[in-house]
Design a protein around this ligand. Structure first.
Ligand code: FES
Length: 508
């Protein structure tokens, strides 16, 4: 066995040991240390770089291709542990804390980020908000990679990671607010179907193959101790129901938060995360579907992609014949996140640098690839250009084509003209930061909807908050999930044709 010392941005190092020749990624996964591994360790994404010091090797190496063959020290990037775009939600309010107050915690378990809220059950006020990266990121950026891992190896490890992440967030909330953990009466969790199943230790095998059905769609109430969640001993864990297939409790929760089940207006709800979930309709009839948006907008599968963290290009405009970019944290850019990718592609299509088929018409060659250089090596914080490759554009075409086609398919099914949709609600962190006009410019959201878009932030979290403190809201969520009709698009020929049509870009 060889000893590994993981150096993190926290106070304490994490120590573990690994059998000879085990990969560093596998050793980290076993020890519960989070290393960003979007491709799940296939060696194709190049995003699992870590700095290593040892007798035999020093420098940056891919964790998934590095075998542990002596004692080593591994330096983990701070960005492995926190998500800056959501950090500003991390507010602590200590006003009116009563020693006898009862609290609940609500969690929105996203594929990339977990957000938790400590709520006063009497007033419904949020006392503390925290977010962390979903530690399952070490097993792949997208749910499919994680589902495949669970199919081959069982899902216990993925369940354990979620539960321990939630316990650590509870401990953090307790430590910061100085309440007693026994004051926390219940935990309410929402998440997409995969996260729901992983959290509860339910088999995800049926989500791996057609017809991609959920094992369980019903709401669940369990004793916290049975879910391995540490709150007061008699505490309970409530989970909102799933709608079907990949459309999960987080979508139910977002609908609940916006009270969309009560509206007579025609609406479209879009939650674009690592996967895309959409609901269209009105009080009379609502349809839901999922679109394989893929993790392109979370920075995975994009050569210079990264999450929305310090150093990420988050926005871009075309000025004086060139791209001008803004960077999170205002330093030199080190990569580009989803909202930046949308802006860059919108600018380049407008300027004709990307044509209607998605081809970069004036490519430069960098590292043997056809690319458009966004920031030169001198201006970037990594000593090399930050660019958009031809393959990156293709990834975005796949993602945006799927979302646009899903919108069209649902409107066809409802016999609802796109122009009759009154409001488009954009949920999720990415939706919040994305420039809606540019999302329409690249055709991810149909241009006819451009003036109807409003951002609603983390609506799933708000729904979980409501369901946590109010049994009536929880009952409403259950009724809502039964009412929304799920439509499966994956094997639908009309969807496939529409998807192909929607992959191109419109030229002005
Ligand atoms: S290249 Fe190592 S996880 Fe993707």
């Amino acid at each position: 066995m060889h000893r590994i010392r993981f150096k993190t941005s926290g106070k304490n190092d994490i120590l573990c040991s690994a059998e000879p020749n085990k990969t560093l990624l596998a050793a980290a996964q076993e020890a519960g240390v989070v290393i960003n591994a979007p491709c799940g360790g296939k060696g194709t994404c190049g995003k699992c770089l870590v700095r290593i010091e040892s007798e035999l090797k020093n420098g940056s190496f891919k964790a998934c291709e590095t075998s542990v063959d002596c004692e080593i020290t591994v330096y983990l990037d701070h960005s492995n542990l926190k998500n800056t775009l959501l950090e500003d939600a991390g507010i602590i309010t200590t006003k009116n804390l009563s020693e006898y107050a009862k609290f609940a915690m609500a969690f929105d378990i996203g594929t990339t980020t977990i957000v938790g809220y400590l709520i006063d059950m009497r007033m419904g006020e949020i006392f503390y908000t925290t977010s962390i990266l979903n530690p399952q990121i070490s097993f792949g950026a997208d749910v499919i990679t994680r589902l495949n891992y669970a199919k081959e190896n069982g899902g216990d490890k993925l369940t354990e990671l979620l539960r321990s992440a939630i316990n650590s967030m509870i401990e953090e909330a307790v430590a910061h607010t100085l309440i007693n953990i026994n004051q926390i009466q219940l935990v309410c969790v929402v998440g997409n179907t995969c996260m729901h199943h992983f959290f509860h230790g339910i088999s995800t095998d049926s989500l791996c193959q057609a017809p991609f059905s959920a094992t369980i769609t019903e709401a669940l109430v369990n004793r916290a101790v049975d879910c391995g969640i540490r709150i007061r001993p008699e505490g309970i864990v409530k989970a909102l129901p799933n709608i079907g297939s990949f459309v999960g409790a987080d979508t139910v929760s977002a609908l609940l938060a916006c009270e969309l089940h009560e509206t007579r207006d025609n609406f479209l709800l879009i939650d674009i995360g690592t996967n895309g979930e959409l609901v269209m309709g009105s009080k009379g009839r609502m349809l839901a579907c999922s679109a394989a948006a893929g993790p392109a907008f979370e920075g995975a599968k994009i050569d210079c992609g990264m999450r929305g963290e310090k150093g990420a290009i988050d926005h871009a405009v075309w000025e004086d014949g060139r791209l001008k970019v803004s960077v999170i944290g205002d330093g030199k850019p080190v990569g580009i996140c989803g909202s930046g990718v949308v802006d860059v592609i919108a600018c380049l299509t407008k300027e004709g640098i990307i044509d209607e088929t998605g081809l970069i018409t004036v490519p430069e060659v960098f590292d043997g690839k056809k690319v458009y250089i966004i920031v030169s090596g001198q201006e970037s914080g990594i000593g090399a250009p930050i660019y958009l490759s031809q393959q990156d554009v293709r990834e975005v075409q796949l993602a945006k084509g799927a979302i646009a086609a899903a919108i069209i398919m649902m409107s066809n099914e409802l016999a609802l003209e796109i122009s009759h949709i009154e409001t488009v609600y954009l949920a999720g962190a990415f939706g919040n930061y994305m420039d809606a006009e540019n999302a329409c410019r690249i055709g991810m959201i149909l241009p006819a909807l451009k003036d109807k878009i409003i951002n609603i932030g983390n609506a799933a979290g708000e729904g979980a908050r409501r369901a946590a403190i109010d049994p009536n809201e929880y009952a409403r969520a259950i009724a809502l999930a039964k009412k929304v009709e799920f439509i499966e698009l994956a094997n639908n020929i009309a969807f496939q044709n529409c998807f192909c049509e929607q992959m191109g870009f419109e030229q002005e």
